[in-house]
Design a protein around this ligand. Structure first.
Ligand code: GLV
Ligand code: GLV
Length: 329
């Protein structure tokens, strides 16, 4: 692109260097250097006149922001697979493309769900805290007993790409896999993964590990609340690597405190980045700071895909991971 045709682009956080270099090679790059997320006022101001925005899940993209950006805006390329931070309908109404980063983070997020499942079931983090406390100890038959994961029942809520990657790993653990989702997966997929579809209530009652893999929508907000937790086995663990508000956090904390379920592994929180003290004080919950896709390889791949989405759109081509396909005509 010639100098005068370089399109103005805002990137709302420092991404891997290779990604920034790639964008800066063809665009006029405005980069928020932090610390932390762009304050709202700054975001509104610096979005003005941009042709593209590369956003994070910590940036709220709504009608006010689109209005501030103005008619030059062509694409919002989210550096995440989830896009609940974006009002997609508002973008579509203004003809603004929305893109995300699916596929490239599927396997890493599935790994993380497994890490939480194993850590919560076998009390890995509790053990780590104990060792660091330097209290004297000796191997004991009754010390810090958890529950087996292998040969148990894995219950997946949602059965998209990430859930299926979690299911695939379960075959190595000899688990029975059940799932609950709005629509049934193709018979070949169910057969390949040995997965059986059940209703949510049934799944909760049967699963030893319940792992959540739904996007955050009006329908999935507080999908797991007090009533759902009551259906779970007292020996079961709950894992959430999706979005915090899918779980009623106060109800979960109460269930964990009463030992109504055995443990939980959380990567996401209802009012992220806030994590309630009542959760932080419980021994039977493993808490991670939204690390699902946080591997060196995956964060680079996400950045490259976000850059592809951005640069394709600015060149008048269809972004590879377009969300609002109806805008493309
Ligand atoms: C992370 O949570 C993502 O949606 O990519
Ligand atoms: C435990 O360490 C065992 O050897 O059984």
């Amino acid at each position: 692109m010639a100098g005068e045709t370089r399109k103005p682009v805002l990137v709302t956080r420092r991404l891997p260097e290779k990604v920034l270099t790639r964008i800066a090679a063809v665009c006029d790059l405005d980069l928020w250097q932090g610390p932390g997320a762009m304050p709202r006022g700054e975001l509104l101001q610096r979005a003005a006149g941009k042709a593209g925005l590369v956003t994070l899940l910590t940036d709220r993209i709504d009608d006010e922001l689109l209005e501030a950006a103005g008619p030059s805006l062509r694409i919002v390329a989210n550096y995440a697979v989830g896009y609940d931070n974006i009002d997609v309908a508002a973008c579509s109404a203004r003809g603004v493309l929305v893109a995300n980063t699916p596929d490239v983070l599927t396997e890493s997020t599935a790994d993380m769900a497994w890490a939480l499942m194993l850590a919560a079931s076998r009390r890995v983090c509790e053990g780590d805290r104990f060792i660091r406390s330097a209290e004297p100890w000796i191997w004991d038959p009754g010390m810090m007993l958890g529950w087996n994961v292998h040969h148990k029942v894995l219950g997946l809520v949602g059965f998209g790409r990430i859930a299926q990657a979690v299911a695939q790993r379960a075959t190595g653990f000899g688990m029975r896999v059940i799932y609950a989702s709005r629509s049934a997966a193709p018979p070949e997929t169910q057969q390949r993964l040995g997965a059986e579809r059940l209703g949510l209530e049934e799944l909760l009652a049967e699963a030893d590990c319940v792992s959540l893999h739904v996007p955050l929508t009006l329908e999935t907000r507080h999908l797991i609340g007090a009533a759902e937790l009551l259906r779970m086995k007292p020996t079961a663990v709950l894992v959430n690597t999706s979005r915090g508000p899918v779980v009623d956090e106060a109800a979960l904390a109460a269930a964990l405190r009463r030992r109504q379920i055995f443990a939980a592994g959380l990567d996401v929180y209802e009012r992220e980045p806030a994590v309630p003290e009542e959760l932080r004080e419980l021994p039977n919950v493993v808490l991670a700071p939204h690390l699902g896709s946080a591997s060196v390889e995956t964060r680079l791949a996400m950045g490259m895909l976000a850059a592809d989405n951005l640069l394709f759109a600015l060149a008048g081509r269809r972004p590879p991971a377009l969300v609002n396909r109806e805008v493309w005509s």
